[in-house]
Design a protein around this ligand. Structure first.
Ligand code: SF4
Length: 124
């Protein structure tokens, strides 16, 4: 069985920014071949980024009775990348009334992930 085409990725864990090539081993889809890394942490990052890439999602929500019309928010933990579009739909539905304190949970258990959306500044 032929090896899958390698996916190019950059490790973002430290300033070296190693350029990685990640591919699945023939007949062993759970196991990955990782080239270009310089440490164990990079290998772990390569697996996570290849199998289940996640991102901290940052955005803003509408707020009334505040000096600015939008309140900056972010997810409390990294969210699977595949859920970002649906997450943005939920975030875009929110309208708040000020004042809001930094760290306030704006959406609890976003899309059933156990991840919250929280305010990243106080406003109002
Ligand atoms: S593989 Fe290791 S050395 Fe290279 S960027 Fe990632 S953490 Fe840094």
């Amino acid at each position: 069985m032929a090896e899958t085409a390698a996916k190019e990725m950059i490790c973002i864990l430290c300033p070296l920014g190693c350029k990685m090539q990640v591919s699945e081993k023939p007949g062993q889809p759970e196991d990955l071949k990782v080239r270009g890394i310089q440490c164990k942490e990079g290998k772990k990052y390569a697996y996570e980024e290849y199998k289940n890439p996640t991102r901290i999602l940052t955005s803003t929500v509408a707020i009334h009775n505040a000096p600015l019309p939008r309140l900056p928010v972010k997810t409390s933990k990294p969210l699977p990348k595949g859920l970002v579009y649906k997450a943005m739909e939920e975030i875009n539905k929110v309208e708040l009334n000020g004042p809001v304190k930094v760290g306030t949970v704006i959406i609890k258990d976003l899309l059933g992930t156990g991840i919250d959306v929280v305010a990243t500044r106080s406003l109002g």
